[in-house]
Each structure stands twice: as structure tokens, then as C-alpha cells.
Design a protein around this ligand. Structure first.
Ligand code: CAP
Ligand code: MG
Length: 423
């Protein structure tokens, strides 16, 4: 038996070409050298397998991925772009984020970052609206958008749901969204909910003079999802929402391909199964790049300060200790806003355990191009949803004016109560 020499997939003198796709992996070898484990990753994720092949021609050997840098536990791998099908994210990931995670030769393996070449980037659609499109739709300039998730996350009927949404818009929310696990349960059918909630949106727009958006969660089996999106569009809806991880990348591509001419909000429920273990899996940075390329308009990125796990600016920059980061230094480090040929920038969404007190630090960390979402932090307000939404807007106003929340709360009752309630 002639076993393959994984070392053949390591070439530390190789200078990656502009046309190569590059990956940064964290690797913990199991009972082999780092070089061998690195080579195994490059082999299995490109053209190789565990043994030499009589069928591998010279032409195919030239298509091998190459490990071109090894530093501590981090390796960089370059893949010739011809290995991949354009605009086929599942195929790309079956290579660079597929079998390799289960190989015995690695104890742990994490895909930290991907750099897509121009040819692959240009083959995808990217966001239809992006940051500017969303701002235009809602007619909001120069401030973060304020959103809420209707709570309780499950259980309200469609009329009750629409009422909670209406109250939130009236109080100052720009955006109201369904929760990630609400779809079309018996207690709250999708189509009925959309109808009632869009009526509530129109009423709230009239009464406040502000533009409002409703983000119905269309996540379901793919064809049903397309029907639901069409239903939203035909009933004058102005935004769609999907759960990008549980629906799958192929389904996300299908939704994007249908070009509903509505922005697409990406909830990331389940991403932590891939990302939370810092030694194994797929980083949130990578997930964000994939979602942007396929074409979501707003994406949950974490908060650093809220209820969910996630290091500060997880998406904004790969953790600093990874000096090998593939992020180009001449670009803004925020990958959702990096210049990417035809691909528009994505609006970052901060959500999860947020309440007014946390708003100033969020704006400081992430800037103004964010959607700040609070569920419990709005519907849990002692005076109810409308007051809760108002308190969030007041917190945004105070932050932008550079006034401390405590000071601003002196003549803003809703904020005052919220600060008393949640420190
Ligand atoms: C927030 C939320 C969102 C999380 C997801 C929830 O509600 O609706 O799903 O933000 O986290 O159910 O937790 P609260 P992430 O405001 O009541 O916490 O954005 O990190 O993916
Ligand atoms: Mg939720």
C-alpha cells in the first residue's frame, strides 16, 4: 500500500496567486507533525485522499491546494480557483469546510477566515439593498436603526402579534421582526400574521410619519419559503427574514436568486454550534463572509455586551492574536463593509439581551451603521412595549448627542424608568 505523502501538499515557498482562494485554519495535529496535519488538510480539501492514486494525472496534480504558511497552530492554504464551481456555495464549502473536520489526523480544526478571489466574488449576487438601500427604504440617515423582536417568541396569535408590533412602531422602532422560531404554527399562521401585521405597519406609519418595516420570518422548506416570500411581496411587505444556518446555504442562494426586490434579514440561530468552540468548527467571520457573498442585507453579528456568547467585535475583525489574518490591511477591518467589487455592504445587527443602558457602548464599538434590536429590553419595560421602544430611541438620541443616559433621563421618563429597571 502506497500512502500519500501529505507533505507534498506543503510548499512554504509558494507565493499565492491573486486568483487563488485562500483559507486560514487553526490546526491541532493528532500524533503527527504540524506539517503533516497541514498537508492532510490541504489534500483532503482539494484533490487528495489517504493514498496515492493511479488516476491522478500531472494536470490534476497542479490543481492541488498548497499550504504556503505555517505559524504556530495556524496555517494558510491556497486553492486554485478552478477547483470550485462559481456561485455554488455548498460545493465550495464541501471542499474547504467538509471532510477535513472529521479527519483522525487532526484533533481540532477551525476554519478561521476565507479570502475569495475576484472570479468567485463576482459570480455571486451579494445584497440587493445593502446599507444604503435599507437606509433609503426607511428614510433614516445618520443614526442606528432601532428594532424589536415580537415577544414572547412563541405563543401570541396573529392579532396579538400585530398589536405588539404596532405598539413597538408607535414607540419609535423602525423595524419589527418575528423571532427565529416563529414560522407558521397552528397558534399563529404565517399568512394571517403577515396580513394583520402589515395593516398595523401602515397604521403606525400614518400616525408617526416615519417609515416602518416588518420582517416576517419565511424560514421553511425551500419551495414553501418562496411561496411565503411571494405572499409578502404581493401584500406590500417591505422586508423578509430568514434563519440562514438552519435553512442552509443552498436555500439562501435560492431565495436570493428569486430577486424579490425586498431586503433580506439574516438571523444566525445555530451558528454557535459551528463557532462557539474556538478550536474547532467555522468562525463567525467566515459565516458572515459567506452570507454577504450570497446576498443578505442585514446580519446578526453579536453584541459583546448582551446575553449571547461572543468576543468583542467577533465579526469586525478576526481576533487580534491571529497575526496571520487574511484581512487586507488597507481595508476597513469590518468585513461587512469591506470593498468587494460588485458586492454591497451589509448592515450589522446587534441583538440579544440588549436594553437602553447598553446602547452607548454599542454605538461606540460598532458605529452608526447598525440595527440595534431589543426584545426583552423593550417588551419588558414596566410601562409596556410603546414606552420600551421610546426608551431605546431616547438612548440612541442621547448617545448621538454625546449626553450621558442618566442626564438625558432627567427629562425623558421612559428612559428614566428603563435605567432604573435595568442597570
Ligand atoms: C433577542 C433574540 C435574538 C438573539 C439572537 C432572542 O431577544 O430574539 O434571537 O438576538 O442572538 O431570542 O434572543 P432579546 P444573536 O432582545 O429578548 O434578548 O443576534 O447573537 O444571534
Ligand atoms: Mg430571537
Amino acid at each position: 500500500m502506497i500512502k500519500i505523502s501529505y507533505i507534498d501538499f506543503v510548499n512554504l515557498k509558494y507565493k499565492p496567486k491573486k486568483s487563488d482562494l485562500m483559507c486560514l485554519f487553526y490546526v491541532e495535529p493528532f500524533q503527527v507533525s504540524m506539517k503533516e496535519a497541514a498537508g492532510a488538510v490541504a489534500a483532503e480539501s482539494s484533490v487528495g485522499t489517504w493514498t496515492e492514486l493511479t488516476t491522478e494525472t500531472k494536470r490534476i496534480a497542479r490543481m492541488r491546494a498548497k499550504v504556503f504558511e505555517i505559524k504556530d497552530n495556524y496555517i494558510k492554504v491556497a486553492y486554485p480557483a478552478e477547483l470550485f464551481e462559481r456561485e455554488n456555495m455548498p460545493e465550495i464549502l464541501s471542499s474547504i469546510a467538509g471532510n477535513i473536520f472529521g479527519m483522525k489526523i487532526v484533533k481540532n480544526l477551525r476554519l478561521e477566515d476565507i479570502e475569495f478571489p475576484e472570479s468567485i466574488i463576482k459570480s455571486f449576487k451579494g445584497p440587493a439593498f445593502g446599507i444604503n438601500g435599507i437606509r433609503k427604504l426607511l428614510n433614516v440617515k445618520g443614526r442606528p436603526l432601532v428594532g424589536t423582536i415580537v415577544k414572547p417568541k412563541l405563543g401570541l396569535n396573529s392579532k396579538e402579534h400585530a398589536k405588539v408590533a404596532y405598539d413597538a412602531w408607535l414607540g419609535g422602532c423602525d423595524i419589527v421582526k418575528d423571532d427565529e422560531n416563529l414560522s407558521s404554527q397552528d397558534f399563529n399562521k404565517f399568512r394571517e400574521r403577515v396580513m394583520y401585521t402589515l395593516i398595523a405597519r401602515d397604521k403606525a406609519e400614518k400616525e408617526t410619519g416615519e417609515k416602518k418595516a416588518y420582517l416576517p420570518n419565511i424560514t421553511a422548506e425551500t419551495e414553501e419559503m418562496i411561496d411565503r416570500a411571494n405572499f409578502v411581496r404581493h401584500n406590500n411587505g417591505n422586508y423578509l427574514m430568514v434563519d440562514i444556518i438552519t435553512m442552509g446555504w443552498s436555500a439562501l442562494q435560492t431565495v436570493r436568486k428569486h430577486n424579490f426586490k425586498l431586503p433580506l434579514h439574516a438571523h444566525r440561530a445555530g451558528y454557535a454550534a459551528l463557532s462557539r468552540n474556538k478550536k474547532h468548527g467555522i468562525s463567525m467571520l467566515t459565516i458572515a463572509k459567506i452570507a454577504r457573498l450570497i446576498g443578505v442585507d442585514s446580519l446578526h453579528i453579536g453584541t459583546a455586551v448582551g446575553k449571547m456568547e461572543g468576543p468583542t467585535k467577533e465579526v469586525a475583525e478576526i481576533e487580534e492574536e491571529i497575526e496571520l489574518s487574511l484581512i487586507k490591511k488597507d481595508q476597513p477591518s469590518h468585513i461587512l463593509e469591506q470593498k468587494w467589487y460588485n458586492i454591497k455592504p451589509v448592515m450589522a445587527v446587534c441583538s440579544g439581551g440588549l436594553y437602553p443602558t447598553l446602547v452607548p457602548s454599542l454605538i461606540k464599538m460598532f458605529g452608526k451603521n447598525i440595527i440595534i434590536q431589543a426584545g426583552g429590553g423593550i417588551h419588558g419595560h414596566e410601562l409596556g412595549t410603546t414606552a420600551g421602544a421610546t426608551a431605546m430611541r431616547q438612548a440612541v438620541e442621547a448617545s448621538l448627542k454625546g449626553i450621558s443616559l442618566r442626564e438625558y433621563a432627567k427629562n425623558h421618563k421612559e428612559l428614566y424608568i428603563a435605567l432604573r429597571q435595568w442597570h
